[in-house]
Design a protein. Sequence first.
Length: 329
Amino acid sequence: MEPFLHIVNSPAFLSILSTGGISSGDIRFISDNFADGPIGNTQSAQEWERSRLDFWQRETATFGSNEKDLVYQDLDARLPTSSICYWLGPDLSSAVCLAWLSSLYEHRGIISKRLSIVPVFRHPRTGQPLPRVGLLQPGDIKWDQSLALALQPDESVFLAKIWRAVTSDTPLLLDQLKAFAQPARLPIIDAVRGLKFYFPLVSKGVSTVTLRILEILRGGRQPLSRVLTEYIVRFADEPSFYGDLALRRELLALGSAKLSAPLLNIVDSSASTTEVSITSHGHAVLEGKLDHVRVNGIDRWVGGVHLDSSRNNIWRYDSQGDRFLAEKK
């Protein structure tokens, strides 16, 4: 049997697979965060890499993050000729990465049966639900080719629906995912719909993620590192969690001097001793007296949706009704 090229999107898989009988030379780590920034319907891995590198370079210039060293080496050449095994974790980025890979097969007319998947939603030893791959330990997975089963036609159709929803320029298709039946091996709808946590809420104009940050800081000034740790402890097991570096950028943006009404006060933002506290504007948001988007505007990507107040393109998430609403112009 032809050996597999193993593709992972979660860094936690690297040590797990390399200690589980897979040569590190047979593993490709796509080190992109598919839960963060613009997600477009590109035709090739090379085109995707160009668009994503442009995004990460802008982010690095703005917030000093050391992301991203993307790894797409030889992927376009390997897809038609290699048997690919994708290791699917329970998180949002891993799910969207699989939908992206499946779309590349469709765009290029490659037989999708060359793409196999190994879903890892339960602990291999205990059988208990696994909220994140990082909870696995070396030795928990032992590689056997029987683990990798080819993508089936109904799964390819389902992934195409996921990809259309994620790359759409409105979130309405994300709403519609609630009505779809998902294949047994791909229970990823809840993870993908986790994009809703990055849309501004109807009531306060901040995302669910931002609201949680403000709640953590309600008690007073804290080191930035402590805020990040507190958030991770509380919410890292959510499929929608998109990593500590992205969370750091989100937090620093709330204290940007470019905002008319910054929600956070950032002290020494370039150092490891950075401290943050909530401003009077942040408290007003928590109390429902200030709408962040209306006061400060918005310019960010969530999947394929460009939330841009300068173009009157604003969508909000109604958490009570679990639906998206367009901002009235």
